[in-house]
Design a protein. Sequence first.
Length: 255
Amino acid sequence: MHAVNSGVLVLDALSGLVLKANAKALALLGLGKSALPEFAQLARMFQPGELVLGHLAAGVEERECRLGMPQGGVLPLLVSSRRLAASASPTGQAAIVLTLTDISRIKRAEAKFQSFFENVIEGVFQSTPSGQYLMVNPGLCAILGFDTPEELISHFSDLRSQLYVDPVDRDTLFRLLSESGQVKGFETRFICKDGSFKWISLTAREVRDPSSGELLYIEGLNIDITARKEVERALRESEEKFRHTFDQSPIGASM
């Protein structure tokens, strides 16, 4: 019990009183052994309604819960449980063993990613091989002229025919992905909600099932390069106009 890396609590199966706790559980609770009896009942530890003794007795597997700390605040945990018969219990009475895993670092990382995902101006996406969006960020909505990610996702049922100005570009994208697993700086044109189009520089990678190798989805970044393309087009037109004027000039000239 004390050798494991997770917090372990042994509860009385009838009352929910904590009978035993390993050092990791005490550390998670922010308690010393002497303080355990004051904070030693299931109903006082977790947020109301999150964990019910009857459910724990039946067994739960990695349920996300919030542990109320005696010094204030909550700690996000994954909780698993199993029931022990009196004959197998270290206390000699029917008990429930809780395993507590601290996921606060994961939650902080998720919050940072969510902040990046929601605020980055580039379009972040996940889409299926069959041509549906699984997830998009507000940045992609802004590029394509949609109000919300939900509206954008529901709008497209076939990305190949609805999103790409030239559907063959999606075929080319998937061919390149199949060859190397990732693509950087792939230029294509997307159709916006209002029917206009924008030039996009697309970076993507495959996500495959680790056991079967099946392609689950692709994910990546769409960067709006329309302004750059407009500048390049204007420069080409200017160069062509100058060349035409130069070639048609009746006055000989050399450079």
